[in-house]
Design a binder for this molecule. Structure first.
Ligand code: HEC
Ligand code: HEC
Ligand code: HEC
Ligand code: HEC
Length: 176
């Protein structure tokens, strides 16, 4: 056998060896139920359904918080999740009973919370979707100290509640 042929055999042999190792490793790494229904692990579907639910819907809060529910459902925040601002249902309720407190934001923390959705600085979404304000411009326009927090004028659960009430009183808005 020429030197040349030996080299070719060595190259071919190493390619075959690598492919073989590759197939074995692949077979070992692919999870058992992969590909049963499609390019995913079929067992994952069962596993996901076994997960304990952590979040409720807004309706899950209404039963115990009728006062907030009534205000929330009438205001411009009716589509916003209670849990976005207050935290997770399962941290608060278990088996239909309150088990622990949820954080309630105060003062500047409230401003920070509001601005997570309403800050003009957030450029990543269309202003058509959600109305935004610039800070401190918005406060300057209202002629108030810049230390004012958002909830001093906006009810957190129905943000235009006080403002519409004030407009009615001052006659700036027609009473329907
Ligand atoms: C946009 C954020 C936001 C949403 C949405 C929201 N909350 Fe609140 N909530 C707050 C803030 C901030 C406070 C505390 C300040 C205040 O009451 O003015 C508060 C206060 C409360 C309180 C009174 C807590 C206390 O001890 O004073 C309860 C109860 C409550 N919310 C329940 C709810 C429920 C139920 C929902 C859904 C129907 C909801 N919240 C939706 C921000 C929110
Ligand atoms: C099984 C009844 C029950 C459910 C359901 C429930 N809560 Fe409460 N929650 C309470 C009780 C009781 C209190 C304490 C008294 C109060 O403030 O009304 C409370 C208090 C709160 C407070 C004030 C801080 C605290 O923990 O004391 C917030 C905020 C709150 N709940 C938010 C929520 C949100 C948001 C939901 C839905 C994801 C929810 N709750 C669902 C019973 C409930
Ligand atoms: C999770 C996102 C989110 C958070 C947090 C949030 N908002 Fe809103 N807000 C919305 C959406 C969505 C609307 C309805 C669409 C709109 O009108 O911009 C809305 C509506 C409003 C409006 C009425 C705008 C109008 O003229 O129609 C005001 C005012 C407002 N929010 C103020 C606040 C204040 C104050 C806070 C803090 C307590 C706050 N928002 C927290 C999402 C949010
Ligand atoms: C001194 C009172 C005051 C404070 C404090 C205040 N606002 Fe307002 N805000 C208003 C008034 C009044 C309007 C309604 C103007 C109108 O209807 O013409 C308004 C309107 C809005 C709107 C709707 C804007 C639009 O394009 O229609 C948003 C969003 C808003 N405020 C968010 C906030 C946020 C977030 C904070 C806290 C950083 C805040 N506001 C603090 C008085 C206030």
């Amino acid at each position: 056998m020429s030197k040349h042929a030996l080299r070719i055999i060595m190259v071919v042999a190493s390619v075959v060896l690598m492919a073989g190792v590759g197939f074995v490793v692949k077979a070992l790494l692919i999870p058992k139920s992969f590909g049963l229904y499609g390019p995913y692990r079929a067992d994952a579907v069962d596993e996901e359904t076994q997960r304990v639910l952590r979040h409720g819907t807004n309706a899950s809060c209404f039963g115990c918080h009728q006062y907030e529910a009534t205000i929330h459902l009438k205001g411009n925040h009716k589509t916003i999740s209670c849990e976005f601002c207050h935290g997770t249902y399962s941290d608060h309720v278990s088996n239909g009973r309150k088990i622990a407190t949820l954080p309630v934001k105060k003062g500047d923390e409230i401003t920070t919370l509001c601005l997570r959705c309403h800050n003009t600085e957030i450029k990543a979404r269309s202003t058509m979707v959600i109305k935004t304000v610039g800070v401190p411009d918005h406060l300057k326009k209202q002629n108030v100290k810049l230390t004012h927090t958002c909830n001093q004028c906006h009810h957190v659960h129905a943000p235009l509640k006080y403002i519409n009430e004030a407009k009615k009183i001052t006659g700036l808005m027609e009473v329907k």
